[in-house]
Design a protein around this ligand. Structure first.
Ligand code: ATP
Ligand code: MG
Length: 353
């Protein structure tokens, strides 16, 4: 079968790194005999400036029909709606298609200078992305001018979806030779919502007796993540904790330019680098495309698992190996200490395929 992939390059360096990701996707698809139909669509701050709409309904509908979505970056600091808010179609897509799990692998890649003593860093942060403390942003202002609240909302339905995704990921990682363990970061000792989250975790864990689990308070967890990151495999948590912990995880493995991510729900998934549109370096051919290229690998893995298609899994493995080869050969952009341009890194990865 041919896979339909909707491509949303978006704004700033999103456009440049999407070019890189697409070049690598086309090359690897040809190499393993995979048919991928790409549909390029316009959304983001640029689209808002041109048309007055950040993501048009036909684009949103195409996202829903696609087998998978590849996303660059969206939003520019100077382009705002009349109410002063930024253009963030990625949040609209997450809400519309219930992409509850923000999956961010944190891997110390070959050729990257470690910032910690640990050399064997390879774990995945799974961040709940639709509720938790961020749900509080939709609440009305408080009546008392001297007090403001944000509520933490944890629902059984969303938590079950989140944990099912984390447990499937752990099972897939165990097949690939990792520990296959799921760690919950929470604050169940202080907050009722967090104690409830732990209860739902325990229920889902009971349905997966083959997967090892542990429960760690988030404050102790971040210390362990810096002191002994090797002990983690899949680490799952509430939205705000995940926001903070996933940046820590990117920091200990070389920074934003290398970090891929997937926004995953039961039926849909969007893959994108962790970084934003970085207007300070846009158009200069200096952005690091590795985060995007590794997001392409994540997309291929997800398609391969979902459609039981070994060609996709093979393609994903080849992309990761090619990135490792290019970085080890010293082809690196300046954010990670090199001098290569975006196009040079892309060409080196394509050549290594
Ligand atoms: P957002 O709000 O969309 O997350 P942000 O303001 O947090 O965006 P980013 O756009 O992610 O910021 O980037 C922050 C800075 O990190 C950029 O200004 C840029 O200098 C650097 N940076 C981000 N991504 C890359 C990349 N792929 N290659 C090189 N440098 C990058
Ligand atoms: Mg940011």
């Amino acid at each position: 079968m041919a896979y339909d992939v909707v491509v949303l390059p978006g704004d700033g360096i999103g456009i440049e790194v999407t070019d890189s990701g697409v070049a690598v996707l086309r090359a690897v698809a040809a190499a393993v005999g995979l048919e991928v139909d790409l549909e390029f669509l316009d959304a983001g701050a640029g689209a808002y400036q041109r048309t007055g709409v950040a993501i048009a309904e036909p684009v949103m509908a195409a996202v829903g029909r696609a087998d998978a979505v590849l996303f660059g970056a969206m939003g520019l600091p100077d382009v705002r709606r009349e109410d002063g808010t930024e253009i963030t179609p990625q949040l609209d897509i997450r809400e519309r298609y219930d992409l509850v799990a923000g999956v961010r692998p944190s891997t110390l890649l070959p050729g990257i200078d470690p910032v910690l003593y640990a050399r064997d860093i390879d774990f995945v942060v799974v961040r709940e992305s639709t509720e938790g403390l961020f749900a509080g942003r939709r609440d009305p202002r408080s009546a008392d001018p001297d007090v403001e609240h944000d509520r933490m909302t944890i629902t059984r339905a969303t938590s079950e979806t989140l944990f099912d995704i984390a447990f499937s990921l752990a099972a897939a990682r165990r097949e690939a030779g990792h520990a296959g363990r799921v760690t919950l970061f929470d604050k169940a000792n202080v907050l009722k919502s967090q104690a409830f989250l732990r209860t739902v975790f325990d229920e889902v864990a009971a349905r997966h007796p083959d997967v090892e689990t542990e429960r760690v308070y988030v404050d102790a967890g971040v210390m362990m993540m810096v002191r002994e990151p090797e002990r983690f495999d899949v680490v799952v948590m509430e939205n705000m904790f995940g926001d903070i912990v996933s940046d820590l995880a990117a920091g200990i493995t070389g920074g934003l330019g290398l970090a891929p991510s997937g926004d995953i729900g039961r039926d849909h998934a969007v893959f994108q680098p962790c970084h934003g549109s970085a207007p300070d370096i846009a158009g200069l051919d200096v952005a690091n495309p590795v985060g995007m290229i590794l997001s392409v690998a994540m997309m291929l893995d997800w398609l391969g698992d979902r459609h039981d298609d070994g060609r996709c899994l093979k393609a994903a493995a080849r992309v990761r190996a090619a990135v490792g080869a290019a970085l080890s050969a010293g082809v690196r952009t300046r954010d990670i200490g090199g001098t290569a341009s975006t196009s040079e890194v892309t060409a080196a990865v394509v050549a290594a395929l």
